[in-house]
Each structure stands twice: as structure tokens, then as C-alpha cells.
Ligand binder design. Structure first.
Ligand code: NI
Length: 167
């Protein structure tokens, strides 16, 4: 396994739309394992392939406190959603920034697992937020895109300054 570099907002590669995965093979399983290691090391609760500069529709999530339930979603698609809930979000690609975002309260997602088998899952709470956040990444969207232009501009400037100081 290997740790992968995570793209940082406002890197334009975070805006790329990811392509569907046609075959779930060993290379996909290897990428998912490397992404899991990267996410746990960060530490984070979700990671989309887009964030490690691989523009294919693969997302991993583990919202447990003891890293005990890794969930892999290949070609995820939200097929049902209901309700509204507002919660504070962060992102490994936007380090140190936490902002409130409104999303659906409950979602049903359809995806493939690492064996290429289709499954459906209905989630609420943190898992529902995380699924929506990660699928947004596959569509080239970062959570700060839900904020006002002024706020986005401030975050952009802050992160660019941070990156410069860390050189
Ligand atoms: Ni994110």
C-alpha cells in the first residue's frame, strides 16, 4: 500500500468530472486500498478518487470512530433523497476550513462493491452527508462551492497563502 498525495483546493484538477469505471479489477482494488491508507493517515472519514488525481468514479468512506467499517462505492448514484439537514463539513482537500452546508437528510445510493457486485444502501446522519460530499467530488464540486463567492474567495486566498508558507 502507499500514501497518495491529496490535491488541495483551489487546484483546478478538483473540478474534473470523473469517468465511470467499466471493470472492477485488481488495479481498482489496489487504488481503493491506497486511498483507504491515505484517508486513515490524514485522518479523514471520506475520500474520492478525484482528490488523489485519479478521475474515475470511486469513493471510500469510514464514519466510525475506530476505523472499523470501510465502505467502498464504485460508480455511486443517488437514487432517492429526502429531507434537509444542515451540518458543518470539512474536507481533506480544504484543510482547516469548516463550514455549514445544507444537504438531503436521507439518501439511497446505488453502487458497485470491490467485487463488482451491485448494492443499494439507505443512509442518514453523517454517512448520508459524507456520501453526498464524496459524490460531489466525482462531479468536480468541492463543499466550499456551496458558500457565497466572497467566502469562497477568502478561503482560496487563505489556502494559497498557507501553501506558500509550507514550501
Ligand atoms: Ni472532500
Amino acid at each position: 500500500m502507499a500514501l497518495l498525495p491529496i490535491l488541495r483546493y483551489p487546484d483546478p484538477r478538483l473540478q474534473k468530472k470523473a469517468a465511470p469505471i467499466s471493470t472492477v479489477d485488481a488495479s481498482i482494488r489496489k487504488l481503493a486500498a491506497d486511498m483507504a491508507e491515505t484517508m486513515y493517515a490524514a485522518p479523514g472519514i471520506g475520500l474520492a478518487a478525484t482528490q488523489v488525481d485519479r478521475h474515475i468514479r470511486l469513493v471510500i468512506i469510514d464514519v466510525t470512530e475506530n476505523k472499523s467499517k470501510l465502505q467502498v462505492f464504485i460508480n455511486p448514484e443517488i437514487i432517492n433523497k429526502s429531507g434537509d439537514c444542515e451540518s458543518e463539513e470539512g474536507c481533506l482537500s480544504v484543510p482547516g476550513i469548516y463550514e455549514s452546508v445544507t444537504r438531503a437528510e436521507e439518501v439511497t445510493v446505488k453502487a458497485l462493491d470491490l467485487d463488482g457486485q451491485a448494492f443499494e444502501l439507505t443512509a442518514d446522519g453523517l454517512l448520508a452527508v459524507c456520501i453526498q460530499h464524496e459524490i460531489d467530488h466525482l462531479n468536480g464540486k468541492v463543499f466550499v462551492n456551496y458558500l457565497s463567492r466572497l467566502k469562497q474567495q477568502r478561503i482560496k486566498e487563505k489556502l494559497i497563502k498557507q501553501a506558500r508558507e509550507n514550501l
